[in-house]
Design a binder for this molecule. Sequence first.
Ligand code: SF4
Length: 354
Amino acid sequence: MLADLLLKVAGMNQKPEQDYRPRPSSSGPERCLRQLCYKAHGLKAKKMSDRFVAVLDDSSWHEELTADWIRKSAFQLHSQQLVLNCGTTTHLGQAFDVAGSIDGIITDLLGVDRLWEHKAINHFGFERYLKGDYPMDYLTQCCLYLVGLQKVNPQIREAILLIKNKNTSAYLEFMLDYNSADDIMVVKHLMGSDGTFRDGEDVALFTNLYRDAFERFAQVEKHRVLQALPDRQFERSDWQCDYCPYSEPCYENYQQEFTEFVALDAEAAAQAAEYVEINDIQATLKKRQDVIRKSLKGWLNSANACRAIADGYSVNLAFQKRTTVDNKLVPPEILKKASDEKTIEIFTIKGGKA
Ligand code: SF4
C-alpha cells in the first residue's frame, strides 16, 4: 500500500533543477569537471529516480539526527546554515561571490569554536575513509568554508568533518586545521566510533586545496564561454558515470570517437609486451593451479570430507544455493522491459613473437 506509493511521492516532490553556479559543495577534485561543464552549458540533467530523491532526503535528515545528539552532549551547536562568502571567481562573465551555508559551529567546553561539517554516506564509502582514503571533496569544501568563516571570526581555523555511516550509524571524525595564509590543511586526527584512531604521521597534510578549487571554477567558466567540454574524468565503468545525470550526452557518440588505427610509441609497446608476458605467466600458473585444485578435490571426495586441515592450511567443500532465472520462461514483453542495453568497452592486448 505505502511501499509502492512513498517513493513516487518523493519523486513528485523533487526540487526543480538549479542552474550552475560555483559553490563550495562542488569545488572538490572528485567532482567530474565535465559534468559541471554540462550543467554550466545549461544542458538539462536526467531526472533523478524517485528512490534517489528519497536517498538524498534521508541524508539531510541524518544531519538533523546527529545535531540532536550533539545538543544532548556538552558541546554547543550553533550558527547552523550560516551563509558565508568564501571567495570571488568569475561566473557568466562577471565577478561572482562563492557563497555556501555551513552545517554549523561547535563550541567545546573550553569555549573553542570549530566549523562543523556533517556528511551521511553509504557503508561502502564510509569503510573506504575508515581504512585510509581521504574525502577530498569534503576537505576542499571545509577549506572554502573556513576561509569564509575566518572573515567573520579570524580565531576559527579548525573544523570537525563528521561522517555518518547511514547503514550502521557509526561515526568517523576528521579533525582539520587550516592555515588559510599558506593554503595548507592538516588532518590532525581521524577518529572512528569503533575505536579507530590515527594522528601524527599516520594522517595527512594537503596543500593548495583552496587554490585548486578556484582553478576548477575558472576552468568551468572557460569551457562555458567556449561552449567546449573537458575530457571525461572517469571511465564508463566507474560508478560516478552510472549515477551521472549527463551520462547519456557524455557517451552518446563515444564509439565514433575511436576509429583510428595508429602505431604504439616505444613506451606503450614495451608496456604491451610486458602485459602479454604477465598474461602468459598467469596462464601457466593457472593451469598448474587447476591441476592441484582437481587433485585436492578428488582427495576430499574420496575421504567423504567437507574440511581437511594440516600445517595451517585447510581444504574446504561448502554448498550454497543460488537462484537463476530461465529467460525462456519469462514473457518477452517483461524481459524487454527489464533489459537495459549498454555499450561496454572490450579492451584486449594481444601479440608476442611467434
Ligand atoms: S558520465 Fe562520467 S565522465 Fe561523463 S560527465 Fe558524467 S561523470 Fe563525467
